[in-house]
Design a protein around this ligand. Structure first.
Ligand SMILES: C[S@@+](CC[C@H](N)C(=O)[O-])C[C@H]1O[C@@H](n2cnc3c(N)ncnc32)[C@H](O)[C@@H]1O
Length: 354
């Protein structure tokens, strides 16, 4: 159980390798990272006993930018029939688990395998329960089976409170038919990712104020209006009529990079496609000057050195806040609905860190 498997968006295996190798080095966990291009996964192979467990204990999954899911374990070759007996044999070396997810990689092969997983899940659940390998206890580790084919599976473990919220890290969000653009799902996913569900009523509350920079046609504004917030939408382009009819939106044709609200607002969101350094600078200004309390901003990724560049920008933002003597929590994730971009969430904290 000494390999760490990490799922990601196809094409970002190199970023995952760079990221996990950096964490392993800082925790002095020996091993090496590898990831085949477009395989939608990477591995960190630990060369000393207990390495994968130490790595998972030392890193919060929510801190990781590019991995969508992770698990420590080993590959198991499966026969064509009676796969369950072979799995049970291997599971003898695993702790009793509290939940089971069957996962595939985000590739065409993975999509084809998901039908097999659906059929396999019920008999496997039954057998695991009968053998006492699976009990209803959410505090126990989650058993994550990532199928690479019908004959090969990664038998993995992860702590439910330190791994993805959804199988494969992919939230199943329904596109709201009245939303004016598919981008709407990016902001909804960001909220699921960054704001605990039991805090939505307080932090995404009716009558809160928000500024949406680069708002047109209004997918993100739709999410804010859906929470009954009062939105100032900044864009030279037109906003969807249906949103304007809500009476909750003021549309200003202005430059998102120079606009400042007359009074501080609760939320600033920004989906302008620009050089990432410009969007990062917006975050520094809005949070640093107290123009908003929380923000969700997209950072478009450069062509090369994508992980290094995101890290550099985040470090610069953080230094700016330290210099101002203010505390801000900073999170960054490549969401499922992100393509060549990552999404940042920032929240201003009080002196006690709340
Ligand atoms: C990706 S789209 C935003 C989509 C929007 N979030 C939605 O969900 O419908 C980017 C928008 O940024 C706007 N934009 C580009 N540069 C801008 C600037 N300097 N100030 C304000 N808006 C800008 C564009 O007009 C475009 O409508």
């Amino acid at each position: 159980m000494n390999t760490l498997l990490l799922h990601c968006r196809p094409g970002f295996e190199g970023e995952v390798c760079a990221e996990i190798a950096e964490h392993a080095a800082s925790l002095q966990v020996a091993g090496y990272a590898k990831g085949k291009a477009s395989s939608a996964c990477a591995e960190f192979v630990c060369t000393e006993e207990g390495g994968a467990q130490a790595l998972m204990r030392g890193v919060r999954f929510s801190q990781l930018i590019f991995p969508r899911q992770w698990a420590r374990g080993d590959y198991v070759q499966l026969p064509e029939t009676d796969r369950i007996s072979v799995l049970l044999e291997h599971l003898a070396a695993y702790p009793v688990c509290g939940s089971l997810w069957l996962e595939v990689l985000d590739t065409n092969d993975g999509k084809e395998l998901s039908n097999f997983c659906k059929k396999f899940e019920a008999p496997l659940l039954k057998a695991l329960r009968k053998a006492g390998r699976l009990v209803d206890d959410p505090s126990k580790p989650r058993l994550l089976l990532t199928f690479k084919s019908g004959r090969e599976v990664f038998l993995g473990l992860a702590e439910p409170d330190n791994s993805a919220f959804w199988p494969m890290g992919i939230p199943r969000l329904k596109f709201p038919r009245s939303a004016p653009s598919r981008s709407t799902l990016k902001l909804e996913e960001a909220w699921h990712q960054f704001i605990p569900r039991d805090q939505w009523d307080e932090r995404l509350a009716p009558a809160m104020t928000a500024v949406d920079l680069g708002a047109a046609p209004g997918g993100w504004t739709w999410q804010l209006v859906n929470r009954h917030m009062l939105v100032t939408a900044i864009d030279n382009g037109p906003m969807a009529e249906s949103l304007m009819e809500s009476g909750l939106v003021e549309h200003l044709q202005a430059d998102g990079f120079t606009f400042k609200p007359r009074k501080p607002v609760d939320w600033m969101v920004c989906d302008i496609v620009e050089k990432p350094a410009r969007n990062a600078a917006l975050l520094e200004t809005w949070l640093g000057e107290g123009l908003c309390r929380e923000a969700v901003v997209n950072l478009k990724l450069p062509m090369k050195q994508r992980y290094a560049e995101v890290k550099r920008l985040l470090a610069r933002i953080e230094e700016g806040f330290v210099a101002r003597g203010i505390r801000v929590s900073i999170a960054c994730k490549q969401l499922y609905h992100d393509r060549e971009e990552v999404t940042c969430h920032l929240r201003r904290l009080d002196k006690r860190g709340n």
